[in-house]
Ligand binder design. Structure first.
Ligand SMILES: NC(=O)C1=CN([C@@H]2O[C@H](COP(=O)(O)OP(=O)(O)OC[C@H]3O[C@@H](n4cnc5c(N)ncnc54)[C@H](OP(=O)(O)O)[C@@H]3O)[C@@H](O)[C@H]2O)[C@H](O)CC1
Ligand SMILES: [K+]
Length: 448
């Protein structure tokens, strides 16, 4: 299931709507603090716990969690950076009947909970605060972040000041972009979403298992989707992509190539010519192993069919406006993205959406934090995928999977999201030591 992702402003608006609908702000805070205490009990076990509270509502959540953990027999110490400044956090502080130490003097503890700043962070932490927090986090057996590690920019995932690595992050109501964007994402450990009764909705979401339409029992190879791959100078890459397309449920995969390719499954048909006007083609794939042959991309763009443009072909597009009026999905990694769109400003989410708008294409902006952006403003954030996915050929496999999903009839954005999700799960199934060929072999188990 896809989970909504809200920016800091959207989260504040959702919170305000809940309050307007009759839920008291202190009730939301009580739920957040109780949810965090529950996650700590579940994931960290009963050990002495130090809760670090800031001046805003993130700190307020900390006082509530302290009360709940103490009620469950934990030895809890609370240390405050500052006096509570919001009404709700003053209320939470008033409900904590234990002592409050000064942050600057607090000694380490086996469990440390960072409730200094959350979505209200407006700048990096003071150096002395960031240093002390990092030391306490590093010294803990289990480090927990309330909503976000303090110092992370909620919307962009950047580190506004140095951030240590946490084991657990408990967030409330909805995920925020930083939970799925680098570098922040790598610092959070396990991310747990606590329900606090706030309605979260919008165009941004974490990509989940998508409803891929079941195969038509009366279908034939063409109605199940024909993927036509255009080979180039290095046929190994298109062989991987074509194999992945075949394994992802395309009814028929064809490769037009001037040289016979030896390592293709027998079910993938090799042809000398490329009749791209064939109306049965569900999706054309161009780019893997293409080399510097712009005429092949030009040929693909003459066909009125959906197209996946990957790898070398991305650099051959030239002007993103050239893609207007075409039904295209582009799959750039960082270098290819910059080559086509230049150095756009803003967060990775902003850049992905701007590229989708400029090219009027779906953009699969690859990396450890892959995003899928649509010109209509939809933005899918990939769930975390194994680090061993970063190896040669895995991008070719993804391109083939996207082409298959598109040929099977999913809309361009949904085809890209479905493939990104299955790609990550196939990598999990293939395990460490995986090479791109193993990833292809693992697709059927990830699809089932
Ligand atoms: N979203 C929800 O439905 C709920 C969220 N909860 C929790 O509330 C926080 C957000 O709380 P908020 O009070 O808006 O913000 P913070 O606690 O993150 O911090 C704001 C205060 O911190 C000051 N600030 C900001 N940056 C710094 C800095 N680098 N150094 C020092 N002080 C800083 C800021 O002051 P300004 O100077 O910027 O004006 C504020 O005083 C959310 O993350 C959740 O944990 C609710 O409890 C439940 C519902
Ligand atoms: K925090």
């Amino acid at each position: 299931m896809a989970r909504p992702i809200l920016t800091a402003d959207q989260m504040r608006a959702a919170e305000a709507a809940a309050i307007q609908a009759g839920i008291a702000e202190t009730t939301l805070m009580e739920r957040a603090g109780a949810g965090m205490a529950q996650a700590i009990r579940f994931y960290a076990g009963p050990r002495e716990t130090l809760i670090l509270c800031g001046p805003g509502n993130n700190g307020g959540d900390g006082y509530v969690a302290a009360r709940h953990l103490a009620k469950h027999g934990y030895t809890v110490r609370v240390a405050a950076l500052d006096e509570p400044r919001t009404e709700a956090s003053r209320w939470a502080r008033s409900q904590w009947d234990g002592p409050v130490e000064r942050f600057a003097e607090a000694a380490a503890a086996p469990i440390v909970v960072d409730c200094l700043f959350g979505t209200g962070l407006s700048r990096g932490l003071e150096a002395s605060v960031a240093e002390r927090l990092s030391r306490l986090v590093d010294d803990a057996l289990v480090a927990v972040a309330c909503d976000l590690p303090s110092g992370v920019s909620t919307d962009g995932g950047a580190s506004l000041s140095p951030i240590a690595s946490y084991d657990l992050t408990v967030t409330f109501g909805a995920l925020k972009p930083a939970h799925r964007l680098m570098p922040a994402m790598a610092k959070m450990g396990r991310v747990v979403l606590a329900n606090i009764g706030v309605e979260a909705d919008g165009k941004w979401f974490e990509i989940g298992r998508l409803e891929i339409p079941p195969l038509d029992p009366q279908g034939h190879k063409y109605s199940r989707g024909l993927v036509h791959c255009l080979a180039g100078q290095m046929p190994g890459a298109i062989a991987l992509a074509a194999s992945a397309a075949a394994r992802s449920g395309a009814g028929y995969v064809r490769v037009s190539t001037s040289l016979p390719i030896t390592n293709l499954p027998s079910s993938v048909v090799q042809t000398g010519g490329a009749d791209l006007q064939d109306e049965r083609i569900g999706c054309i794939l161009v780019g893997p192993g293409l080399g510097d042959t712009p005429q092949v991309l030009t040929l693909a763009l003459t066909a009125p069919r959906p197209i996946v443009i990957d790898a070398d072909a991305i650099g051959l597009v030239g002007d993103p406006e050239r893609l207007h009026g075409h039904d295209t999905i582009l799959t750039p990694h960082e270098g290819e993205f910059i080559k086509l769109f230049g150095d756009l400003s803003g967060s990775k989410a902003d850049r992905a959406l701007e590229a989708a708008r400029r090219s009027q294409s779906v953009i699969v902006y690859k990396g450890p934090d892959t995003l899928v952006a649509s010109p209509d403003g939809r933005l899918g954030f990939a769930p975390p995928a194994p680090a061993w996915l970063a190896s040669a050929g895995t991008g070719d496999v993804l391109a083939g999977m996207i082409a298959a999903m598109r040929a099977r009839g999913l809309d361009p954005f949904e085809a890209a999201c479905a493939a990104v999700w299955v790609h990550g799960r196939a990598a999990e199934a293939a395990g460490p030591g995986m090479i791109a060929d193993d990833l292809v072999a693992a697709i059927p188990s990830a699809l089932s």
